[in-house]
Design a protein around this ligand. Sequence first.
Ligand code: NAI
Length: 392
Amino acid sequence: MAASVGVGVIGMGWMGEAHSRSYRAVPLRFPNSGIRPRLVICSDAVEERASSAQATLGFEEATVDWQKVVEHPDVDVVDIAAPNALHLEIAAAATTAGKHVFCEKPVGRSPAETAAIEGHVRRAGVTSFVGFNYRWAPLVQRLKAMLADGRLGTPTNYRGRFYSMYGSNPLSLLSWRFSREAAGLGVLGDLMSHVADMALFLNGPITAVAADQHTFIADRPLPQPGRSTHYAVGEEGDPTGPVENEDYVAALVRFASGAHGVLEASRTIFGPKSEMAFDLYGTQGSASWNFERLNELRLYLPDGDRGHDGYTTLLGGPADPYHSAFVPGDGLGIGYEDLKVVESYEFLRAVRAGEPGSPGLADALAAAEVQEAMIRSAASGTWEDVPSLREP
Ligand code: NAI
C-alpha cells in the first residue's frame, strides 16, 4: 500500500473527532514512519456535526450516510466511532468491501456481536484495531516489558478497576449509553471492556469468574436532541426515562497463570473521576498505575536494604516507549489524546505491514468472552467458566 492511507470516519462525536485529530497528528509525531493519513470522508447522522467536522478537521467530503464512507473507493480504512448499536452493521459492510477496520470498544452491544465482528474481520483477512487506548500509556508498556522479564517474580493477585463519575450525578442525561437498544450492556460493556483488556494484557487468559452487578440510579433526565453529550447534565423537574442497563459490575477472577484477581467498573462512583487503574502483586515486587496519574508508575522492587524498603514513584520519560514522540524529557507529561495518537499510528503501521492488528478484534473477543461469563455469573450467582465465542 502507498504511504498515503485513505481514512473514513463514522460518528463525529467525542471519539470521531479525537480519532480524526489523531490521524492528522501521526505524521507530526511519527515523521520517520512515512505514514501519511488522508482524511477522505467523515459521516454523522446529524448533518451539522458532519459538516462542521469536515470544516475543522479537514476531511475532503462529509455525508450523513455512513454507507458512502464504506463504499468510497479512496477509503482504505473505516473507523467506527458511532454508538455501539451500529458497530456490527458497519463492520460487516466494511469488511465485505475489503476495508481495514478500526472499531471503538466495546465492539458491538454484546459479546455475541463482538464475536460476529471478529468473524467478519478474520474471514475477510483485513487488519483490525480496537480502542483499548490505556494499553498505550508509556509506563504501562514499561511494566509489560518488566513482567516479561520476570522482574516482579510470579504474579499472585491483580486488582483492576474503572471508576468513572460520568453517571454519578442523578441528573446526568439519559444518553445512548443507558439504552439497551443503542448501547447493549451498560458498564459491563462500556468500562469493563477496558478493565478486562488490561487484565488480559498484563496477566494472560482468565479461566473463570464470579460476578455481581447493580443499577443504582433507575431514571435520568431525557436528552434534548442535538444538545446532549456524554457528560451533559439536566435540571430538576426535567422529564425522565428509565436506565436500562447496569451502573456497576464486580467480579472475582482466576487467571490461567494461577494468579487471582478482582475486576470492577462503575459509572456512578462518587469521588474518583476517571480512575482506570490496576494493582499487580508478584512474589518479588508489585506495581500500581492509575490513569488519573498517567505519567506515574508506583513500583515496589525491594533489594534487601530495609533503609529504603517501600514503594517508589517513577515518572515517565524518553526511555519509555512512545514518550519522546510527544515530549523530550523525564517528567514531562503526556495526556489522553496522545494515547489515541499512538493508537492511530500503531493501527496504520499494522495496515501498511499487512498485520492483523494488536489490540485487534481477537483481543476484543478475548475481553468479550470474560464479559459473557460475568453476565452468566451475575445471573446464576455462581462461578462460571470463560467460554470460547469464536465463530467458525
Ligand atoms: P458520542 O455520542 O459523543 O458520538 C457518537 C456520534 O455518532 C454522534 O455524533 C452521533 O450523532 C453519531 N451517530 C449516531 N448514529 C449515526 C449514524 N447512523 N451514522 C453516523 N453517525 C451516527 O459517542 P462517543 O463517546 O464518541 O462514543 C462512540 C464510541 O466510542 C462508542 O462505541 C464508545 O463506547 C466509544 N468510546 C471509547 C472511548 C475510549 O476511551 N476508547 C471513550 C468514549 C467512547
